[in-house]
Ligand binder design. Structure first.
Ligand SMILES: Cc1cc2nc3c(=O)[nH]c(=O)nc-3n(C[C@H](O)[C@H](O)[C@H](O)COP(=O)(O)OP(=O)(O)OC[C@H]3O[C@@H](n4cnc5c(N)ncnc54)[C@H](O)[C@@H]3O)c2cc1C
Length: 423
């Protein structure tokens, strides 16, 4: 097991470190009261419709940052080489730094930057509270696009011209998506889709949805198929959007005899289960390192709050020490999972562990910070109040904690644990 970065990856990490120090941290005071919509890379889909002068001012700041990032070769870090992604940028950087004649590691193989390197990039980015990401939001499963789908759906997302929503959860199937009931009935070269989806984030402003439905007479994980369905397709309606404490706005979607051509099936007919698992699994290690970064920023707020009062601070030394130890464990676990994913090993258990441990630990740390901050944090725009809202939502979104425990326990029974008898 070796989480060390390659020389090219280390160059990348240092460039990001510099970018964060020089470009993002100086902007932090301006982002203290920024609207929640600027979380994550999908802010554009909502913000681009806004006429609110406050939001427009933030858009200007963010777009300036994007130009600077692009100029420094820090764009689309996780996009495969054939779509102008990181491999190209890495090469430019290596050349500029005199690293051109070093062999590019084989594992890059023309594909995106490794999971471990992506984690190192995110760890650097998380040192700033400015919610900035390198690249437009491209759902990882869209790399399964084939033929015309590449021009129609994938390229526009990479270029930032289109955004997509992810439609898996339903009113009666959330924590366990294998219970999904939306149907896809074949009719010649088309399918008729019927059903309701709950919570696809930003579906009301997305250009299309990655929609999971099941073939007739199938149950569980069988027959699940993923469709790419454009907003405005007859029979597809966004019936409402829901303002949440998490900042993002999930929607309710209704499909009534929505006719979709077979050419808009992503991957293979009946193979959608693997796609939804791939979407969830790959993101989990990022969730861990983000929770780690946010928790560290929360602890910095705690340190400021306690700064002037050493007697008060001494009361909390033990708890803070414990939290720091746990955060280090979270960091190591995230890198371990990312490394295993890079080795193409089974990471279902590590992904669940990182999601569970990371989001629960973050929640405990924010809760502790609120205890220390007292009534000051009751101001809605207080940074701790904002972190609290986000931390609570993260324990539910993309699979609640209870489900992560089930996954871990299933893996335990499958593989067993040294020294623990399971009969
Ligand atoms: C802000 C936000 C954004 C979201 N974005 C998306 C999106 O883009 N696309 C999408 O498809 N979905 C999205 N979701 C849905 C999210 O993934 C689901 O809410 C989540 O998976 C839980 O499903 P559910 O709400 O139907 O909960 P349910 O399945 O009804 O479960 C409710 C609670 O019961 C408990 N529970 C359930 N099953 C078990 C069990 N077997 N054992 C023990 N306890 C259990 C859990 O605590 C769970 O939280 C989003 C949700 C939110 C809040």
């Amino acid at each position: 097991m070796d989480f060390r970065l390659s020389p090219e990856e280390e160059t990348l990490r240092k460039t990001v470190e510099e970018f964060v120090r020089e470009r993002l941290i100086p902007l932090e005071p301006q982002f203290e009261d920024a609207p929640d919509i600027f979380e994550g890379s999908r802010w554009k889909s909502r913000a681009r419709l806004s006429r609110d002068p406050v939001i427009l001012r933030y858009i200007e700041i963010m777009e300036n940052l994007e130009k600077q990032a692009e100029a420094q070769g820090l764009w689309h870090l996780d996009v495969p080489k054939e779509y102008g992604g990181m491999q190209v940028n890495l090469e430019k950087q290596a050349e500029a730094q005199g690293l051109w004649h070093l062999d590019v590691p084989k594992e890059y193989g023309g594909m995106q930057v490794s999971n471990v390197a992506m984690l190192a990039v995110t760890e650097e980015l998380e040192k700033s509270a400015v919610p900035f990401e390198f690249g437009n939001h491209v759902s990882n499963i869209l790399y399964n696009c084939k033929g015309d789908q590449i021009e129609k759906f994938l390229w526009p997302c990479i270029r930032g011209e289109k955004t997509s929503a992810f439609g898996l959860t339903e009113p009666a199937s959330g924590a366990d998506p294998s219970m999904l009931q939306t149907t896809a009935v074949p009719d010649g070269d088309h399918f008729f889709i019927n059903g309701t989806k709950m919570f696809p984030t930003f579906a009301d402003v997305a250009d299309f949805v990655q929609l999971f439905a099941r073939l007739p007479d199938t149950k569980g994980r069988e027959g699940v198929t993923c469709f790419l369905i454009e907003t405005g397709t007859p029979g597809y309606r966004v019936t409402r959007s829901i303002e949440t404490i998490a900042g993002s706005e999930p929607c309710e979607l209704v499909f009534e005899d929505c006719r979709v051509p077979r050419s808009q099936v992503l991957g293979e007919v009946g193979n959608g289960w693997a796609l939804n698992q791939a979407w969830l699994g790959a993101r989990r290690f990022q969730v861990g390192i983000r929770a780690h970064g946010m928790a560290q920023r929360v602890l910095r707020v705690v340190a400021q709050l306690l700064g002037g009062d050493s007697a008060e601070a001494s009361k909390f030394v033990e708890r803070i020490g414990y939290f720091l130890g746990e955060l280090e464990a979270l960091r190591t676990l995230s890198y371990f999972g990312a490394w295993k994913a890079d080795q193409k090993m089974d990471v279902r258990s590590e992904a669940a562990n990182v999601k569970l441990f990371g989001t629960e630990l973050l929640h405990q740390i924010v809760d502790f910070a609120l205890e220390i901050a007292g009534p000051a944090m009751l101001r809605k725009s207080h940074v701790l109040a904002r972190y609290f809202r986000h931390a609570r939502a993260r324990r539910i979104i993309e699979g609640p904690s209870e489900i992560q425990r089930h996954i871990i326990q299933r893996a335990l029974f499958r593989e067993g644990v040294a020294g623990l008898e399971l009969s």
